[in-house]
Ligand binder design. Sequence first.
Ligand code: HEM
Length: 398
Amino acid sequence: MTEPLDPIAAVTHPDPYAYYERLARTQPLAWNAGMRCWVAASAEAVQAVLDSPLCRVRPPGEPVPPALAGTSAGEVFRRLARMTDGATHATLKAGVLTATAAMDSTAVDRKARRRTRALWREGGWWGAEGIPLGFRLPVHVVAGLLGVPDACLPHVARRTGELVRGMAPGAAADLVAVGSDAATHLTALFSRGGVRRSAPIGALDRSLRAAGCLEPETAAANAVGLLIQTHDATAGLLGNAIVALAENPPMRGEVERDPGLLGDFVDEVLRHDPPVQNTRRWVAEDGVVAGQAMRAGEAVLVLLAAANRDPGANADPHVFRLRRPARRTSGFGHGRHACPGTGIARTIVVAAIAEMMAMRVDLGRLAAGRGYQPSGNTRIPRFACAEDGIDRTNREMP
Ligand code: HEM
């Protein structure tokens, strides 16, 4: 198999992992002339970049991508914890952390199990609207815990997908317009009391108000932000977990016999075939980042997936080990911007796999002939052939 052309092509390559490992070993932090950015690949360099006070989540002087400027999606974007730094980020991050902490793991597990069964019975993987369960389920669970009534969950899941696609770098103008309309609807849902008051929303509001952030739009944007962050990443983890089970029948047998192993299994999927393969940072001022002199405005592509295959971080990195001692994974990021939804995502995926196995879903058949959804950073399998045997290879993906 030929190697990926570059780290962006690696995200959707059938097997990019020997390439990633080579980068981690031989080019831990190097300038990529073709992409005109630094590429951090070793576990050490990835952590150092994410820890560096010089590295920011947005380019200097560009808080919102030009394509989103002046749109509702841009208004959500500029208020997100994920897209801010410094004191603003600290306030917003404290808010989203209190919100995610208010989502009790037993409630997440119960909701994820019920929704998996309900969605599967309604229409299998593709559902009535032709949107894969991998995208819908995590949003149903998180939106439900945020107080969205069951009847509105399909609508909220669809609109979250539209917003995610509209915000993606390089999105076409029509997708930006649809995404922006979705942003208007989703923020109205959370700002005008369109949802029942839930514990996580109450915690988010209180935390932001206590820090002096009184704009209701900011609280609403960060509630929507939880759905945005959930959507693709959790779909990728569920999809990659299904692929791992489909490709390894003995391991599937092991976890079927002992579902208590599913937590370890999902943790190893996160290391071995992580959904979020890379993230970006921009250098705010001239200085030294991870031992390397960098200039203000330069970009750093941070290869989380390569760090996981760094032999210095995980011995025998290409071996899938259910019980891997001292597993080191960068799958949920690191440092100030590390993911606050780790426990939620892990619980949703463990519950979904357990329920699908209990319903005797043929995972091998589901994953047969897969490709990957086009993306520059998230690895989400696209199952060509659904469990009903209808070939949807050419169907347009959400
Ligand atoms: C398997 C699923 C998930 C994966 C792999 C994942 C991964 C990540 C990663 C790598 C980051 C850091 C990005 C960066 O530093 O540039 C991040 C940030 C974030 N994630 Fe997750 N995530 C997942 C699910 C979730 C869920 C379920 C939620 C909420 C319910 C969530 C909420 C967030 C938020 C709010 C941030 C921004 C944090 C900040 O910037 O301080 N994520 N996630």
